[in-house]
Design a protein around this ligand. Structure first.
Ligand SMILES: [Zn+2]
Length: 76
């Protein structure tokens, strides 16, 4: 479990910056939740909301959350 604890420890550290690229909707947050857990953090969500982005960019939606999650499985 040391790897998970390191990830949790890193996530809970203080957020120092959030960068947002308006052109390609790319977010980068110093908490690194997306890089560690593949889940967009609340800081990134707040930046999107502040910039009036009404639809979450597809790169932040995991395939397993979509209706296409079972596509490609051998038995459906
Ligand atoms: Zn964050």
């Amino acid at each position: 479990m040391p790897m998970l604890m390191d990830a949790v420890k890193e996530y809970t550290r203080k957020v120092t910056y959030v960068t947002y690229n308006v052109g390609d909707y790319n977010l980068e947050c110093s908490c690194r939740k997306f890089e560690i857990f593949d889940i967009l953090c609340m800081h990134g969500m707040k930046v999107l909301t502040h910039n009036k982005v009404l639809m979450l960019p597809s790169r932040y939606i995991q395939r397993r959350w979509s209706k296409f999650s079972k596509d490609g499985l051998p038995y459906q």
